[in-house]
Design a protein around this ligand. Sequence first.
Ligand code: C5P
Ligand code: MG
Length: 155
Amino acid sequence: MFRIGYGEDAHALAANRPLLIAGIRIVNSPMGVVAHSDGDVLLHALSDALLSAFALGDIGSYFPPSNPAYKNMDSQAILEHVLKLTDEKLSRLVNVAAVVTLDEVKLSPYRTDMQKKLATLLALPPDSVGITFKTSEGLAAGHIQARVVVLLSMR
Ligand code: C5P
Ligand code: MG
């Protein structure tokens, strides 16, 4: 039986902070995320998408932002934890489709690295990981947003 999952995440941006997307450091961005964790919106949206496919709540259910233990937490560790939580029910992840909305800087030069990174984390071929970039056309400058859908089959 197939399931879809959907997740999204957004963070404010500020100067002199790191910007991580799908575990890839965006080195030429003058802005980075204001976040309790490492602020990787794509990994957070992906983790929520996987949890949602099985109605397992969201990452805040497992890593409450109010708990100081999770400050600056590595989002790859969050995703790994989510994969363990879903392992019993997940037969096969079919594909991942992600959209990242950011006005500045251009992310397309980083797409291949992000696809490879997510493919490695999810044990998928890179051509099963679609990543789309959009600007907000200035309507939401100063923030970054990720939206992710997953298709998978259940055990
Ligand atoms: O949002 P808009 O349609 O103007 O984006 C045009 C193109 O610019 C996108 O299709 C994408 O290829 C690229 N883009 C990007 N990095 C962003 C936003 C958009 O590479 N941060
Ligand atoms: Mg457009």
